[in-house]
Design a protein. Structure first.
Length: 470
């Protein structure tokens, strides 16, 4: 574990003083979270890289917990006077006897690094990055039908974290995240449409190879093959087969948030009184996982010092765990699940998903489709809206196919799917053995923004409302 203490100009003795100050009015728990993050972006449009941006963010946040309350303050300076002021401010939620932590009690956490950088960015300088984007642009225009314009963005984020809490847990972590996002404008006669795709991993410059270009171009080519022939289907209630991969965004939004423990602790979630009860088919296992190598949502250690882990929220159809930070774990009398996350040092941690997916079932995608007399197959979701409490959702489907007499027929697009998350989960009647994580640039907004990922096997939902043509 690389030591980043010098980067922030602090020692373990300084951290002891900060935490002691944070507990000076009492409190059950305190931590300090240091962060130094850099971001470099290159954007290609109009056949050339014409935008390059760099930024950095630096500071530390202090958290104090007292019962179910949180005191939080941050500083964009790591001078001891500023950090102690932040600690005293965060301590304002507590009153009583002072707490303490000794340097001798501080113990470095041992963890497996899920996202080692194999090739640093200084081995792939700005000129090489520009060349990579230019090659990708030229290949798209030359090799994909109807592509008239390519907009490509390469974002390189790198965060260095130092953390310590009043229980003595200490760690340093480097969290890379590289994202390549592509939008292709397609033109055929007087018709115009677009295809967007992305890949995002906790990797260094080793991510940018020829295989990644091949994969993205193949995806764009496949989607472009029917985009101008696709039409809105006739609307109504019908069976829906959700394809593997990006359909996981519906699992994340319409169901996953309802498993986050703060919503349940406050009685907001529809699952607040369902722990230990059967909520869907015994064929279904739903997981939130922080341990997938190089995954965008993975964490070696969460932002409260809990080692990254794999958590089963639904096991054989039974609700078996919420997603916990330290506050909710203490409320329920269970161990934290490693889901205490924050956008940056400016925010206190709250329960957040990491990589959320459903595990394999026992049939094939083709069997799901063959079982449907009339319905739709969808495999490309974009934005949507969800009411966390009731679980009602509306999602926009970019593309898919009609299912007629057990076969995929006409391509469809621009479809709204309307339903209720818990009901949709309960209405999943079959699950295929083709679970896949979608490695796109998914970002979850829940007061704060965090990088996540999602996935699904193909599933058959017996009935959803499809908003199409009359």
């Amino acid at each position: 574990m690389e030591n980043y203490l010098p980067l922030f100009g602090v020692s373990l003795e300084d951290i002891q003083k900060i935490i002691t100050s944070a507990l000076s009015r009492g409190g059950d728990y305190a931590d300090v979270f240091f962060e130094y993050s850099t971001s470099d972006e290159l954007t290609l449009r109009d056949n050339e890289v014409n935008s390059v941006e760099s930024s950095a963010d630096y500071g530390a946040g202090v958290q104090v917990l007292k019962g179910g309350r949180t005191g939080y303050a941050y500083s964009e300076s790591t001078a001891m006077s500023d950090l102690l002021r932040a600690a005293r401010t965060a301590s304002g939620i507590a009153s009583g006897e002072a707490g303490n932590v000794n340097v001798a009690d501080i113990k470095p956490l041992e963890f497996k690094n899920r996202y080692p950088i194999l090739r640093n960015w200084d081995e792939f300088p700005l000129s090489a990055r520009r060349t990579y984007l230019q090659e990708f642009n030229d290949r798209c225009i030359a090799g994909v039908p109807f592509v008239s314009k390519v907009i490509c963005n390469l974002a390189i984020d790198d965060s260095r974290i130092v953390f310590c809490n009043s229980e003595g847990d200490f760690f340093c972590d480097r969290r890379p995240c590289t994202t390549l996002s592509v939008s292709c404008i397609l033109t055929k006669g007087d018709k115009t449409d677009n295809i967007t795709t992305s890949r995002s991993f906790r990797m260094g410059s080793e991510m940018l190879d020829a295989a990644l270009q091949d994969e993205l171009i193949k995806e764009i080519r496949e989607k472009s093959g029917f985009i101008f022939e696709a039409r809105q289907p006739k609307g109504g209630d019908m069976p829906v087969v959700m394809g593997s991969g990006s359909s996981g965004i519906l699992l994340h939004e319409a169901i996953g948030h309802a498993f986050e423990a703060d919503f349940n602790r406050k009685g907001v979630s529809i699952f607040s009184d369902r722990m230990g009860k059967k909520i869907c088919s015994s064929k279904i296992n739903v997981v939130d996982d922080g341990t997938i190598p190089a995954n965008r949502g993975s964490l070696n250690v969460d932002d409260e010092g809990v080692i990254g882990q794999k958590t089963y929220m639904v096991t054989r159809g039974v609700l078996t765990s919420y997603l916990h930070d330290r506050i909710s774990a203490a409320h329920y009398g269970v161990a934290p699940t490693g889901n205490g996350r924050r956008e940056s040092f400016r925010f206190n941690p709250i329960p957040r998903m990491r990589a959320t997916y459903m595990e394999d079932g026992d049939c094939t995608r083709e069997e799901l489709i063959h079982s449907v007399k009339h319905g739709i197959y969808v495999d490309n979701f974009t934005n949507g809206q969800v009411e966390i409490g009731a679980g009602d959702f509306t999602f926009y489907v970019k593309s898919g196919f009609l299912i007629e007499d057990g076969r995929l027929t006409a391509p469809i697009k621009d479809v709204n799917i309307i339903g209720n998350g818990p009901e949709a989960l309960a209405d999943i009647v079959e699950v295929a053995a083709d679970s896949r994580i979608d490695d796109g640039a998914w970002t979850c907004g829940k007061d704060q923004y965090c990088a996540v990922s999602c996935g699904m096997p193909s599933v058959l939902v017996k009935s959803l409302t499809v908003g199409g043509s009359l």
